[in-house]
Design a protein around this ligand. Structure first.
Ligand code: ATP
Length: 765
């Protein structure tokens, strides 16, 4: 016996723990109406994982739990345990017993255990399916459900038959594979979406990496170009600096020398100009001029005095001569000496001035003045009577004049001598000055020549300094370039130090490099600038991008691999599903043929004749669509079935009762329907016998003769499956090895007890 025991605890009316031991191939459960017999059948459904509460006459999970009665409180949970013998390893577990337990709580939650270990419903179903205990319940026929297989849709009927044939395991596997396939497709869609999402970024990174690689190439190119340029530039600068320094030395030295010579000449010239000869000469000349004037004045004074002396001597002589003559007219009024002297002095000064004057007009004016003075004097004179001659005054005056004249001569001599000395001195000085001026002229000429030479040298030096400035700027530019090179090509910037400049395979030295045409270097500089611009155009891509790209690529590769794996999984699953479907179809076809044959046999036995068949059917819609005539320009509307590769196969039943013309299920009476369904259920159970079959009052509609035939069929069935029969039928009871009687007392609790046939018959009544 596979089914060993059923324990019901808290399930529906079984508030107390009740055990049913299945020690006989046929167990009958009997009892009055409402005692709880059907609850036992439902407890089987429950423990075997039934999910439709309606199939256990409930609306929700808690309807399955003892709800309490007037005397007994309701329970919180219901537990049903089924114990199977697994010594023959019918179930794929190493235990000799398989204990399945299901508990439902009031909150509707369910717990399943297999041999005490908590499992999922799926595990329970799979375990049961492996022993051909399916979920469609073809082996549990509830009260009034005997003809369920007749009323069921072809599709459900097919499922029931599949179940009976033990093919549900294929359906599970197919469903599971389809679920996996769906999950795989979801994953494929997710991964594809992920890849689509990351693709633009990856492409962007790819472009960045290419840029980076291009930048690396350019940097190498730049490093080489820098090395060449800097090497040449360094050589050019060093050589030019050397040349310039040495070129500047000579003119600088010469300039210093010239400046010194010039300074000395200047000092000499300055020394001469400091000499007082010229001043002395001009002073002497002034002195000479004054001395000459003095001499001339002295000469004029001497001449005047000599004139006065002469005049006075002639007057004295004249007076003496006149006095010696008869008295001439005399002056009417004698002229006083002071008047005469004043007039004389006046005239004498006028004459002196006239002598010094160069202007004729002045001379004339002087003469007119003299004339006027003489006229005035003449008017005062008148002829006077001759008097005795007194010449003492004249002689005294004459003596005085002679003294003056002598003084004047002495003065004239002295002045004359001084003039001569001064003239000599001036002559000497003039000669000396003349000699000095000649040397100075020569010196100045030399200074001019020096200046010219200095200017030339300065121009030369200025030119060289300008070159030096240019070189300095070149040097600064070189350093700036080197700094930039360090930034752009890092340590490679220093490669120039060891970089040879080759011409015909031979390395040039600095001097030879510096001698090369400068245009080439300028072109190299331009090429450098072009490279820098190209590098700059590539933008600032750093190594981080490479890392990011590698990560992104790795991730994309991972996703691609995952996608490929998922693709493979999908293909594998599709293949598995196809194979399972193929196997299922094959087994189903074979099984159905066998059922058909058994059905026909049971049917003929029960109805003593007649014909019954089960046959495969295809959905009508599909059939209609297949047979529909569609014109060329009409596009048929797609039907649900069109989407399926395989049309849904159903199972149709065709029966023909003996001695009756009518055909088909609709024409059968209640009892005939019961017998037909029993024949089919028995046929199904024959081909792939389930470990147990529960029949809840399947025999209710049978008359005595049919009950006997039903009983016979049960005996055949019991050969291969345990039967648990809920019945009021005496014939059926008589076929059972073990009988359980169920009673329900006032407390609304079902109780179970093992009874004898007689007791059972009594209980059933
Ligand atoms: P019949 O011979 O008329 O078919 P039966 O013996 O099969 O009757 P059941 O239908 O199994 O009787 O039992 C019905 C009884 O179980 C009812 O009395 C009902 O009140 C009781 N019952 C059903 N569900 C519960 C529940 N959740 N709690 C308590 N009692 C319940």
């Amino acid at each position: 016996m596979l089914l060993k025991e059923l324990t019901i605890n808290g399930f529906k009316s079984f508030a107390k723990k009740s055990d049913l031991l299945f020690s006989s191939p046929i167990t009958a459960i009997v009892g009055p109406n409402g005692s709880g017999k059907s609850n036992v059948a439902e407890s089987f459904r429950f423990v075997l994982g039934e999910q439709a509460t309606s199939r256990m006459r409930g609306k929700k999970g808690e309807d399955l739990i003892f709800g309490g009665s007037e005397k007994v409180a309701r329970l919180g949970r219901a537990t049903v345990t089924a114990t199977f013998d697994n010594s023959a390893r019918v179930f794929p577990t190493d235990f000799d017993e398989l204990i399945i337990e299901r508990t439902v709580a009031r909150d509707g939650s369910n717990d399943y255990t297999l041999n005490g270990a908590r499992v999922r419903l799926k595990d329970v179903l799979e375990m049961l399916a492996s022993a051909n205990i399916g979920t469609t319940g073809h082996h549990i026929i509830s009260q009034g459900e005997a003809d369920r297989i007749l009323t069921a849709s072809p599709k459900l009927r097919r499922e029931m038959i599949e179940d009976a044939l033990g093919l549900r395991v294929y359906q599970y596997k197919i469903a599971e594979s389809e679920k996996k396939l769906e999950k795989t497709h979801e994953n494929i869609a997710r991964v594809e979406s992920l890849r689509r999402e990351t693709h633009p970024h990856l492409q962007f990174l790819e472009r960045q990496v290419k840029k980076y690689e291009r930048a690396l190439e350019l940097r190498d190119e730049l490093a080489t170009a820098y090395a060449d340029y800097l090497r040449r530039e360094a050589a050019y600068l060093a050589e030019t600096k050397k040349t310039l320094t040495s070129t500047l030395t000579a003119p600088r030295e010469k300039l210093a020398q010239l400046m010194q010579t010039r300074k000395e000449a200047e000092q000499k010239i300055a020394g001469q100009s400091e000499h007082h000869d010229t001043d002395t000469l001009s002073a002497k000349q002034g002195e000479l001029s004054r001395a000459r004037h003095e001499r001339d004045a002295a000469a004029r004074a001497e001449a005047s005095l000599d004139g006065q002396i002469g005049f006075l001597e002639r007057r004295i002589a004249h007076l003496r001569a006149e006095h010696a003559k008869p008295a001439p007219a005399v002056l009417a009024a004698p002229i006083a000496y002071d008047v005469f002297a004043t007039t004389y002095a006046h005239i004498s000064r006028a004459v002196e001035q006239a002598l010094l004057s160069v202007s004729l007009d002045e001379v004339k004016t002087t003469l007119r003045n003299i004339h006027t003075s003489l006229g005035a004097l003449a008017k005062r004179a008148e002829v006077a009577p001759q008097k005795s001659l007194d010449l003492s005054s004249e002689e005294g005056e004459l003596e005085e004049l002679r003294v003056h004249a002598e003084d004047a001569r002495a003065t004239l001599r002295a002045v004359h001598e001084r003039v001569q000395v001064l003239e000599h001195q001036c002559g000497v000085l003039r000669a000396k000055i003349e000699a000095d001026t000649e040397e100075a002229r020569e010196l100045r000429h030399k200074v001019e020549l020096y200046d010219h030479e200095i200017r030339e040298l300065e121009r030369e030096i200025t030119g060289l300094i300008a070159q030096e400035d240019m070189l300095r700027r070149d040097d600064e530019a070189f350093n700036a370039e080197l700094q930039e090179a360090v930034v752009l090509v890092r340590s490679k910037a220093m490669q120039y130090l060891k970089r040879p400049v080759l011409v015909d395979g031979a390395a040039l030295d600095d001097a030879a490099i510096a001698a090369l045409p400068r245009e080439g270097q300028l072109e190299r500089k331009r090429a450098l600038e072009r490279l820098k611009i190209r590098l700059e155009e590539l933008g600032g891509v750093n190594e981080e991008v490479i890392r990011e790209y590698n990560n992104a690529k790795e991730r994309d590769a991972f996703l691609a691999k995952e996608l490929a794996d998922l693709g493979t999984s999908s293909e594998t699953l599709l293949r598995i599903i196809a194979e399972l479907n193929q196997e299922l179809t094959l087994r189903f076809t074979e099984g159905l043929e066998k059922i058909d044959e058994a059905f026909n046999r049971f049917f003929a036995r029960m109805f003593v004749g007649g014909v019954a068949h089960v046959l495969r059917s295809f959905p009508k819609v599909k059939a209609a669509a297949q047979s529909a005539v569609v014109s060329d320009d009409e596009i048929p509307e797609p039907t649900e079935e069109d989407d399926d590769a395989e049309p849904e196969i159903g199972v149709e039943i065709d029966v023909r009762l003996p001695n009756k013309r009518v055909r088909g299920l609709d024409m059968l009476s209640g009892g005939e329907r019961a017998l037909t369904s029993i024949a089919l259920i028995f046929a199904m159970s024959q081909i792939n016998p389930p470990p147990f079959i529960i029949l809840d009052e399947t025999d209710a509609a049978l008359d005595e003769a049919n009950s006997r035939r039903y009983g016979d069929a049960l005996s055949v069935l019991a050969e291969r499956s345990q039967l648990i029969l809920i019945t009021h039928n005496r014939e059926t009871m008589s076929r059972a090895g073990v009988l359980y009687g169920i009673t329900m007392g006032q407390d609304g609790i079902s109780r179970m007890l093992s009874i004898k046939l007689e007791e059972a018959i009594a209980v059933a009544k």
